[in-house]
Design a protein around this ligand. Structure first.
Ligand SMILES: [Zn+2]
Length: 321
């Protein structure tokens, strides 16, 4: 059943939940949309497959949205402190002391949630795919801040910063979509979930932002529930990965979400991206884009690089090192 455009746009926050739960494994369309990049130099300000503009600048250009994040050096909110959060400049991140190439030989897949152009390809993204023994929409549009900064731009920016940091530590990194784009859509959740197996990854991290009522804030890590025939092969390893990523994000300065149990963890059996995966996988809701303080942080380049990306790197070094 197709979802009306108006509903998609008006209920962005409600869709965020579905957005993070979309996913299935076997659609040909999804395969067509799944493009992977491993090009070098993507994280330090050059979007993978991009034109050389900083990821933030190109995000802004692609989205036509909030421009306050276009200038990393003056990113609004970067110096403010939020509920339980700290200024990244004052955080003594353990990753700052990571040296050498502890991830040499390791393969990591990063899944930047959603895609800006999906909102213009509703027929494709509303197509039902197998999400783990049940049908679900190929993908969703994702959420956005109240000022219009899209979740897809946030997830791509964090993925690119993470990719650069991981490559500097010796890892080979693949993304499930090449760049933030208004003309591309997907890939579907099933294709995203197959990416780790396709590249024989040692770990898979799916990056998202939540869209909840404004009073909710903070991050949580989602790991796959035990589903025999689907996730039994990755259940234990993904739990270990979740613990490492959670600790890494806390060390980088983030606070546990004040919802979903309050401990910064969730377990889900309805997410195709997790159900289809054959390698250790977690999905992270980095913050609530509808919360004012979280939104300011999520738009800020310094937080994207020094907190969200660094937290993932911290966790992967622990898990793989
Ligand atoms: Zn999402």
């Amino acid at each position: 059943m197709r979802r009306p455009l108006a509903l998609l746009l008006v209920t962005a926050s409600a869709l965020a939940i579905a957005a993070c739960s979309g996913g299935a494994k076997t659609s040909a369309d999804a395969q067509a949309a799944l493009s992977v990049t491993s090009t070098s130099g993507s994280a330090g300000g050059v979007a993978a497959g991009g034109t050389g503009a900083s990821p933030l600048a190109s995000d802004a250009a692609a989205s036509g949205g909030d421009a306050s994040h276009a200038a990393p050096s003056s990113a609004a909110g970067a110096g403010s402190t939020g509920p339980g959060s700290t200024d990244p400049s004052t955080v003594a991140s353990p990753a700052g002391s990571i040296s050498g190439r502890p991830l040499a030989g390791k393969v990591i897949v990063l899944d930047p949630g959603h895609q800006y152009g999906s909102q213009f390809h509703l027929r494709q993204i509303n197509k039902k795919v197998d999400a783990g023994g049940f049908k679900k929409a190929c993908n969703t549009t994702g959420t956005a801040t109240d000022s219009g900064y899209p979740e897809s731009a946030f997830t791509m920016a964090v993925a690119n910063y993470t990719k650069k940091k991981l490559e500097a530590l010796g890892a080979k990194v693949y993304l499930t979509r090449p760049r933030e784009s208004s003309s591309l859509w997907g890939p579907c959740i099933d294709a995203r979930g197959r990416a780790g197996g396709k590249y024989n990854a040692d770990a898979v991290v799916s990056i998202h932002g939540d869209g909840e009522p404004a009073g909710l804030h903070g991050f949580f890590v989602i790991r796959p529930a035990l589903k025999m025939g689907w996730t039994d092969d990755i259940f234990a390893s993904s739990k270990k990965l979740a613990t490492a990523i959670h600790s890494g994000l806390r060390a980088a300065g983030l606070a546990n979400a004040n919802y979903v149990g309050g401990d910064g963890y969730d377990v889900r059996g309805d997410l195709g991206t997790l159900n289809w995966e054959s390698k250790p996988v977690v999905m992270i809701e980095m913050g609530n884009m509808r919360n004012g303080t979280d939104a300011q942080h999520m738009k800020a380049a310094r937080w994207q690089r020094d907190v969200y990306a660094q937290g993932i790197v911290n966790g992967l070094v622990t898990f793989l090192g």
